[in-house]
Structure formats: C-alpha cells, structure tokens
Design a protein around this ligand. Structure first.
Ligand SMILES: *Cc1c(COP(=O)(O)O)cnc(C)c1O
Length: 367
C-alpha cells in the first residue's frame, strides 16, 4: 500500500463508534434484559416502536436475526415465502429460512430489486389441499444488491392491500430504511405498521452503532419473538450498553444520513466524468460497471481505497459516517485510475512499454 490513510467504502457497517457514542455506552443504565430489567434496552425498543407505529419491539444482535425471527413468526415450516430473487434474506443469510425455518421460498425478479402489485398478483397463491399457499411476502427497503434502491410508498401500500386481501403477511427488511426516509422525506411512520406486519431495522449500518437491530412486530407476536431470539442464541443480559449506542445514533446520526447520499452523488458524478459507467445512486450505494471488478478492487486497495466486487463486472462503493467530501474526491481519482489501468490490459491499446508493464503487474497480482 502506497498510502497510510485508508478510505473504506466497502460498506456502511465499517464505521467506528464516535467518542460521544462510547460515552453514552459507558454510562448506560443497565439490568438483566432476559428478566426484562434493562431500562436502556426498553427505552430503545419503545422509541423505535413508536417511530414506526408498531405496538412491540425487540432488540436483537443483528439484522439477520431480526429477519429470521420475523420470517418464522409469519411463515410456518412447509409454508411459502415470496420475495425478490436478489433479496438479502436469500443471498446473505446462510440459507436460514430453509435451514432453521423450514420455509419454502419462491422468487420474483423485481425491477431494480423492487416488486410491485402486478408482478406479485401473478405469483401469490392462496393454497388449498394440494397447493402450497403463500403465507408472506418479504420486501427490502432499501434494496442492497440492487444498489440501495427505494420502494415508492405507493408501491408498499399497493402490496399491503393486495396481500391483506389474500390473508398474507408482509415482512419489510428495513436494514437501510433510514436511507429511504432521508432520500424521499417520507415519514418513518408511513414505512411502519401501515405497510408491514413485521419490520427489521439496523442500527449498525447508516446510523453507525457498533451492534444491533430492532425487530418491530405486533403485541401478540412479541413473546414468541423473544422465545425465538433466545433459541437462536440472541438472548442478552446487560445489553443496555449496546442499546445506548443505538439511542445515541438516533439522536445524532439520523439527521445527517442525507449527507451520505450527497457523497454518493459526488462519487457517481466524478466517476462518470472519468468515463466510468455508473448506475444512478438513489441513496448511499454506488454501483460502477467495470470489465474486471476483482482487478479494479485489488488495484484500488493498493492505493488505500477499499471497495467490494459484488459481481464479476460491478464494483460497489458505500458512503457512511466516516467518509467526507475529501475522501470521496480521493476515491474518484484512485478508482478512475484503477479502471483505466484495467481497460489497458486486455486491449493493449497503449505503446508496447506500457502494455508489458501492466501485463507484468497483472500477472503479479493474478494469484
Ligand atoms: C446488512 C443487512 C441485513 C443484516 O445485517 P447484519 O449484518 O446481520 O446486521 C439485512 N438486510 C439487509 C438488506 C442488509 O443490508
């Protein structure tokens, strides 16, 4: 690595707790949460439940656990869940719906990861003695693999109507729902109980807390949700230390999430200017189309700019609390150079000296 400072754009999960957040954690009032005695956990649960208009909330260690508890609340073993083909619950959760929930899934390929009433009306099945019925639909706000795309509120309402009429539930994976709120100005309450039976929100993405998600649900589901959390190994004791970070994040980091979107725009504009093909970011995720994503990520990393390669021809940049304008400008310079270098190798369009130099470099990094 030729530089000592690293700009980490791999995910919005890489943020470190701020000094203020650490102070809030250190001074948190705590108790044994499995006895229902941690006042800070309760305060966080009550606050998030109220924000989204849900009657009940459960603090859990991760977004994956929040999603998996929700799916098991809504869909019994042998029943069907419908979701987008690129859903986080399928792509990044270790096969847990099948493995632990016995849940059968059927996928629909949504446009930019987003389903709509028309597409769902074609696949939802009521079920009868010889047909597996759909029990629930899972939606993602914002959609991670599609690049942080945002469900319009009207679509969420349409899906809610359609599924409610058919007696089916909706789970909303809202790990980055804060970003949807910041991008559209839609009040958080409109994304809550009005459009979903269960909602999972992450404190450890854009909000910058070190750990934690909150699962929102109905009062009737809460005791089963607690039991599932305990059974998955997610029962925690003086977890108010962690909940305090979430409360601090809601106080200090929710308002600023829009800045991450401005920075994503900055990255997109800079890279486009440098000749890259960039998908228009809707929130804090930027997808750049390149011929050899792994190669570009590797070359950028050598210059201290970290990105991921979610596909063979796509690199992903995610903005967050710990990157500012300066880091974005630097990332554009480094990535643009990495992409230029990338194009030069297979085409060998430059003079022989350059071509052999890059070819040599290419073979050095090949393994
Ligand atoms: C990050 C994420 C999760 C879960 O995250 P954890 O790493 O388990 O906290 C769930 N859904 C989506 C859409 C995510 O982006």
């Amino acid at each position: 690595m030729t530089t000592t400072t690293v700009t980490d754009l791999r995910s919005d999960t890489v943020t470190r707790p701020t000094p203020g957040m650490r102070r809030a954690m250190a001074t948190a009032e705590v108790g044994d949460d499995l006895f229902g005695e941690d006042p800070t956990v309760r305060a966080l649960e009550d606050r998030v439940a109220e924000m989204f208009g849900f009657p009940a909330a459960l603090f859990v260690p991760s977004g994956v656990m929040a999603n998996q508890i929700a799916l098991r609340l809504l869909v019994a073993p042998g029943q069907e869940l419908v979701c987008d083909a690129e859903a986080h619950v399928l792509a990044h959760e270790e096969g847990s719906p099948a493995r632990y929930g016995g849940i059968q899934t059927r996928t629909v390929s949504g446009e930019r990861g987003l389903l709509d009433g028309e597409a769902l009306a074609r696949v939802l099945r009521t079920g009868n003695a010889y047909t597996v019925g759909t029990r629930a639909v899972a939606l993602e706000q914002t959609h991670t693999r599609a690049g942080g795309t945002v469900y319009p509120l009207s679509t969420l309402r349409e899906i809610r109507r359609l599924t409610a009429d058919a007696g089916m539930a909706v789970h909303l994976d809202g790990a980055r729902i804060w970003n949807a709120h910041a991008a559209t100005g839609t009040p958080l309450s409109a994304y809550g109980a009005a459009v979903a039976d269960t909602l999972a929100v992450c404190l450890s993405k854009g909000l910058g807390a070190p750990v934690g998600s909150v699962l929102l649900t109905t009062a009737e589901h809460l005791s089963r949700a607690r039991s599932l959390r305990h059974g998955m190994g997610g029962g925690m004791r003086q977890s108010g230390i962690l909940a305090a970070a979430g409360l601090h994040a809601l106080d200090h980091h929710l308002e600023r999430i829009g800045e991450d979107h401005v920075h994503a725009e900055l990255l997109a504009a800079g890279l486009r200017e440098a000749g890259c093909v960039v998908r228009a970011p809707e929130t804090n995720i930027v997808l750049v189309e390149v011929p050899d994503a792994e190669g570009v990520a590797r070359r950028a990393a050598r210059e201290g700019v970290l990105v991921t390669a979610p596909g063979p021809d796509v690199v992903r940049l995610v903005t967050h609390l710990d990157v500012g304008r300066r880091e974005c400008h630097r990332a554009v310079r480094v990535l643009a150079a990495a992409v230029r270098e990338d194009r030069r190798v297979p085409l060998r369009a430059e003079g022989p000296g350059t071509a052999s130099a890059t070819a040599r470099e290419e073979s050095e990094v090949a393994r």
